[in-house]
Design a protein. Sequence first.
Length: 148
Amino acid sequence: MLDIHKIFKSLPHRYPFLLVDRILEIDSERVIGLKNVTINEPFFQGHFPAEPVMPGVLILEAMGQVAGMLITRLPEMAGVTIYLTSVEKARLRKPVVPGDQLVTEARVVKIRGRVGKVRTVARVGDSIVAEAILGFVLAPRLTGEMDE
């Protein structure tokens, strides 16, 4: 398990755009991450105040950040930043609402040079709420350490 401090060292995202609270499992081929969805999220102020629903693009972003943890933890990927390049076969199946725990699993499909793909599935409880294949490109990190 990786806590928020280790996530800060691997991902450049910060509040309010960091959408991973904890990594529950990780190895060289897959990762499982957790996002606690609370009513305090800034996007709920406008999406939709009377019936708060996590925007689908932010669910996809959370899935991408969990996948990014998998890629950046590979020894040969030290010092890289991951940029999303494509979203394929995306399906948003059920709404994610305050109080939900969004659990995302990501698996490497392929990495060839600086580009790759990961398969992601997000669940709330036993229900699949979203899935997608995400493409990415790796680039050298532009700044120093990310553990500020």
